[in-house]
Write a protein that binds this ligand. Structure first.
Ligand SMILES: C[S@@+](CC[C@H](N)C(=O)[O-])C[C@H]1O[C@@H](n2cnc3c(N)ncnc32)[C@H](O)[C@@H]1O
Length: 394
């Protein structure tokens, strides 16, 4: 028997022992004394010892396995993590242990990645650096890579329900749906529009400058759902800046009159061109926004975190509000929870407190915001963030 066979045998034995609800010391000895690998996943189901601990609702075993290096985000062959299994049993203690292991691990990876981060003048594309292993896998499609997306051809059209959609042409020249709808009446409750409506409400309602017109920055026009909602406020924004890099989106904006709207300024390029360390538009007078929102399809969490870091410079102090499309990790309840917590921690680090609201998106009729090209959001609840600068004078 070679080393691999021994690891398989011991790994299987560890899973079986956990599933048999063996005493803690027996499980511990198998790992510590016999050397059973905690990272093992069986071939038939993809089950790991951590999955097994979740199945038999053993937080003591889960805690031990995590301490010994169990992989918190390993998915079985049905794409469930151990955390999903704990959640399905309503086993909050085991679920929280696994989720917190995920948060620790992702935070640590984030710190390591930022220490190794290329400098702004580096030739590599900062958007393509990833700090995360939560949903990170090689994905060179337009959905998963910023550069592939920005190079792809977009077509604005109307679907069979009369709703505006945007398609991206992929290599095989098969158009795929990527961006949601425009809020025609009968589609009002669909996921993208519903979320954007609630986002605009939370970002603007009761804002001290609401009545005189807010100064708004939106990053990523897409179908213009959120920008249209901002423009439809009882008092439209006094200044409405939109940052958008995709040439086809810009052409669509031009054709639909966005360039001619009073108080609307369109900045052609990526947000990185206008704010932060890679910005080469130092002359632009940025900052002082009452409301900032970002939703940049195909960028990853490291880019979002980088955007967070620019907020103190662009928000107009404590009264100002910030929102972002909270869709990362949303193919899986555990990953979504981990990302939600990590973004809250990172925002807190830079002095912003987040309030989360739950938006029920379970009633959508199966057509999601991003369509069929990748499963983006298949959770019943969207966690909507609104962050505000902490008032340091208090
Ligand atoms: C999902 S859409 C935004 C949808 C929008 N929230 C709405 O309500 O219709 C994402 C947009 O972000 C743009 N985008 C991608 N990367 C960007 C970047 N680095 N800076 C600014 N915009 C970006 C894309 O071209 C696309 O138009």
């Amino acid at each position: 028997m070679d080393e691999g066979d021994i690891a398989i045998m011991l790994g299987s034995q560890l899973i079986q022992t956990i599933l048999n609800s063996a005493p803690f010391d027996e499980i511990k000895d198998l790992v510590k004394k016999t050397g059973a690998p905690v990272w093992y996943q069986d071939e038939v189901e993809g089950m790991s010892p951590l999955h097994a601990a979740a199945y038999v609702r053993r937080p003591d075993v889960a805690k031990f396995l995590i301490q010994e290096g169990a992989v918190w985000n390993a998915v079985d062959n049905l794409k469930n993590t151990a955390g999903d299994i704990a959640l399905s049993f309503n086993d909050e203690e085991t679920y929280t242990l696994i989720r917190d292991a995920g948060i620790r691990s992702e935070m640590l990876l984030g710190i390591l990645a930022s220490q190794n981060k290329p400098q702004p003048d580096s030739s590599s594309d900062p958007l393509d650096t990833s700090t995360s292993n939560v949903v990170q896998h090689t994905d060179d499609t337009a959905a998963g890579s910023t550069s592939a997306f920005l190079d792809s051809k977009l077509v604005y059209t109307v679907d069979e329900h009369g709703q505006s959609i945007c398609k991206v042409k992929v290599k095989a020249q098969v158009p795929k749906l990527i961006i949601g709808e425009d809020g025609s009446e009968e589609k009002e409750e669909e996921i993208g529009t519903g979320i954007m409506k609630e986002t605009v409400r939370k970002l603007t309602e009761g804002h001290p400058n609401e009545k005189e017109g807010l100064k708004v920055l939106n990053v990523g026009f897409g179908l213009g759902i959120i920008d249209t909602l901002f423009e439809s406020l009882p008092t439209p924004p006094s200044q409405h800046v939109i940052i958008e890099p995709h040439p086809d989106v810009l052409a669509h904006m031009r054709a639909t009159g966005w360039y001619d709207r009073p108080n609307v300024t369109i900045l052609e390029g990526k947000w990185q061109d206008f704010v932060g360390p890679t910005s080469n538009h130092k002359s632009l007078e940025f900052g002082g926004f009452d409301v900032v929102y970002t939703d940049t399809f195909s960028e990853d969490y490291s880019a979002l975190k980088e955007f967070f870091e620019q907020l103190p410079d662009i928000l107009d102090g404590p009264g100002a509000r910030f929102g972002f499309f909270n869709g990362l990790g949303a193919t899986n309840a555990l990953f979504y929870d981990v990302y939600t917590h990590i973004s809250e921690l990172h925002l807190a680090d830079i002095g912003l407190d987040v309030e989360w609201s739950d938006v029920d998106v379970s009633t959508d009729d199966g057509e999601d915001r991003w369509g069929q090209s990748r499963e983006y959001f298949n959770l019943p609840i969207y966690r909507l963030p609104v962050a505000r600068m902490r008032d340091m004078s208090l």
